[in-house]
Design a protein around this ligand. Structure first.
Ligand code: TXD
Length: 309
């Protein structure tokens, strides 16, 4: 039997995730949206591409949670996206209401599922999903670090005129302007970027990475990025459904790791069929540790505004 992935929110990120999953035959997909006909229309359109694209996976669209029962993985993308001039935090009040309702429904229909959170502000919504679902921390994981890291990889590849597939790079911390790119853990086929680029050039790339989301919002004007975000979600799904045990930067609940407690933050995580198998603690300089702490404290301030008891 095929694996089952439910995608909540049939907008830009959700529909593109659904498309990538079925075109790669990774799982059958249930696409859910609150807007009548939207998920149904996109699902039917995708199924009609199957004869040409040659995939065997199935997708259905719906407005309720009946068909989502017994999902292996649920991706939550429901909520507003940024417009120019907005920060991710500006979305919090509206998106918290949406995420609360969606997570309650998912917890009732798929209590065994692994949740991948996408809705912004990502770190805060992941925390909210953990609390509302009552799931174990291994099963509620936010997607952000992979996206921030692939942006970093692309910018490094562009600066060096090398294939981006040869660039490895790591960005930790919250999914906001205070995220923490780690040049010491970034390389081109094993060669540290610190040997290939000047520190001024690296600092410029770090700054562009921190503002990577805003750069796309500024260009699109009506919404935010979705191609690289959906590809990043699929990287997580593959590692979970096929127990690949990849170490990927993910937004996870910390209970003392990196000196941080009761908070969601982006750190290297080993992902497999049980969700988070391990949180990997890497060595950081005093400056990087301070930056990670600062990034996490910003998230904590916003978590307080959720008024969870
Ligand atoms: O790195 C990351 N985590 C992110 C996060 C990268 C890119 C986008 N990021 C965030 O994902 C973005 O800031 C938004 O909060 C979400 C979704 O972004 P997207 O670009 O897909 O937004 P859309 O196109 O507006 O789609 C949102 C859909 C839309 O179709 C709504 O009708 C639907 O969500 N929606 C709902 N679906 C189900 N149930 C409820 N309650 C609901 N409310 C809205």
């Amino acid at each position: 039997m095929n694996k089952k992935v439910t995608v909540v929110g049939a907008g830009f990120v959700g529909a593109t995730c659904a498309r990538r999953i079925i075109e790669k035959d990774l799982a059958d997909v249930v696409l859910i949206d609150i807007v009548e006909g939207l998920a149904q229309g996109k699902a039917l359109d995708l199924m009609e591409s199957a004869p040409l694209e040659g995939f065997g996976a199935k997708i259905v669209g719906t407005n309720n949670y009946e068909q989502a029962k017994q999902s292996d993985v649920v991706i939550i993308t429901a909520g507003l996206a940024r417009k120019p001039g907005m920060s991710r935090d500006d979305l919090q009040v509206t998106n918290a209401k949406i995420v609360r309702e969606v997570v309650k429904n998912i917890a009732a229909s798929s209590p065994q599922a692994i949740l991948i959170m996408v809705t912004n502000p990502l770190d805060v919504m992941s925390y909210l999903a953990l609390k509302v679902s009552g799931f174990s921390r291994r099963k509620v994981i936010g997607m952000a670090g992979i996206l921030d890291s692939v942006r970093y990889r692309y910018f490094i590849a562009e600066a060096l005129s090398v294939s981006s597939s040869q660039v490895q790079a790591m960005v930790l911390g919250g999914h906001g302007d205070s995220m923490v790119p780690l040049p010491a853990y970034s390389s081109v086929n094993g060669i540290p970027i610190t040997q290939l680029l000047s520190s001024e050039k690296i600092e410029k790339i770090n700054a562009r990475t921190r503002k990577g989301g805003a750069e796309i919002v500024g260009l699109l004007k009506t919404g935010s990025a979705f191609y690289a975000p959906s590809a990043s979600v699929v990287e997580m799904i593959k590692s979970i459904l096929y127990d690949e045990n990849k170490i990927l930067p993910c937004c996870v609940y910390l209970q003392g790791e990196y000196g941080l407690k009761d908070i969601y933050c982006g750190v290297p995580t080993r992902l497999g069929n049980r969700g988070v198998k391990d949180i990997v603690e890497i060595e950081l300089t005093a400056q990087e540790k301070a930056a990670l702490k600062k990034s996490a404290e910003g998230v904590r301030e916003n978590i307080k505004k959720l008024n969870l008891t």
